[in-house]
Design a protein around this ligand. Structure first.
Ligand code: C5P
Length: 223
């Protein structure tokens, strides 16, 4: 499995993270959450007092923070200049600003280069929005996960409530997901889209084990 690269793309709440980690664990592969890297950059931008809407300022400073991603699927981690930001990057402030920061071409160039370095010779499951299209177009297997807007909002809500984060409703989650999906799929640089050769997997009616089993079957078939 050394050279194996599994690209897992799709919108927020499609079940990418849990499925990607599950597949990585089952196959003994590393795991990379590229969304966490865009969130980490956004956390740093806010921490610096830079306005996330100020594209020029964000672009000019995108090379500054040192972002380090741990790739153990049992304990994924993310540090910015040595600070553990795994908690704060899931908060409403970062979530509200991340799509703006992720739309800046200089941010994407920096993080895509980092992601390719981490992928290296493979042996990894990578989740994001542009993995099959931009980061790893030669991936062994490209999966595009989808789910109905209602199912995605339900999952995000359950996740956030379970994580002890700020209180929210399913309706608020659905509006927030729709807002982010729109920004992510209409931006100029590397928008969320179905990659050439990607296999679409609708997870609306599937539980996590079924999604993992289906991806493992596809790896077996193609890998
Ligand atoms: O996956 P997650 O919801 O944590 O991603 C947060 C945000 O990071 C997305 O809404 C998107 O704006 C950005 N992102 C991206 N490209 C990726 C992964 C995430 O633009 N490969």
């Amino acid at each position: 499995v050394a050279g194996l690269v599994v690209a897992m793309d799709g919108p927020s709440g499609s079940g990418k993270s849990s499925a990607s980690r599950g597949v990585a664990k089952a196959l003994g592969l590393r795991y990379l959450d590229t969304g966490a890297m865009y969130r980490a950059m956004t956390w740093w931008v806010l921490e610096q007092g830079v306005d996330p809407a100020d594209t020029d300022a964000v672009a000019a400073r995108a090379v500054e923070p040192e972002i380090v991603s741990g790739t153990d699927p049992d304990a994924p981690s993310i540090h910015v200049d040595g600070v553990d930001v795994a908690g704060p990057i899931r908060g409403a402030r970062v979530t509200g600003a991340v799509s703006q920061v992720a739309a800046v071409p200089e941010v994407r160039a920096r993080l895509v280069a980092l992601q390719r370095q981490i992928i290296g010779d493979g042996g990894i499951v990578v989740e994001g929005r542009d993995i099959g299209t931009v980061v790893a177009p030669d991936a062994t297997l490209k999966i595009y996960l989808t789910a109905s807007a209602e199912a995605r909002a339900q999952r995000r809500h359950a996740e956030l409530s379970g994580g002890g984060a700020e209180a929210t409703t399913v309706e608020a989650q659905q509006a927030e997901l729709a807002r982010r999906d729109k920004l992510d799929s209409t931006r100029k640089t590397d928008p969320l889209s179905l990659a050439d050769g990607a296999i679409e997997l609708d997870t609306t009616a599937l539980d996590l084990e079924q999604v993992i089993a289906e991806v493992l079957r596809l790896v077996e078939e193609r890998g």
